[in-house]
Design a protein around this ligand. Structure first.
Ligand code: SF4
Ligand code: SF4
Length: 97
């Protein structure tokens, strides 16, 4: 098992990146796979938490001010949060922007 998610190296991965133990996916920087990232317009965010509930990777976190944002270390850029946000305050933008 990898001790620190920040020190993960290629040789530390299981063959095929299989889920060998419960919770081991949190050690993998899955955000590197992303081609689009969610950007939240916090002025429009009502703090409902729908994005947090529906993100399949648990990659949404609540900020101290009650708004929500993506943890880009884990976000895979699927766009579910943007599609489900009531206020439309999440935009998916290409990674190069
Ligand atoms: S784009 Fe997908 S993985 Fe990223 S925060 Fe939104 S729902 Fe989660
Ligand atoms: S779904 Fe939209 S409005 Fe609700 S917390 Fe997430 S970003 Fe904010």
């Amino acid at each position: 098992m990898v001790e620190s998610e920040r020190d993960l190296r290629c040789g530390d991965l299981e063959v095929g990146c299989v889920v060998s133990q419960p919770g081991n996916a949190r050690f993998y920087r899955t955000g590197d796979w992303r081609s689009f990232r969610p950007v939240v317009d916090r002025a429009k965010c009502i703090g409902c938490g729908v994005c947090y509930l529906l993100c399949p990777d648990m990659a949404i976190r609540r900020r101290a001010d009650g708004t929500f944002e993506a943890d880009l270390y884990y976000c895979k850029g699927c766009g579910i949060c943007a599609a489900e946000c009531f206020t439309g305050c999440i935009q998916m933008v290409p990674e190069e922007e």
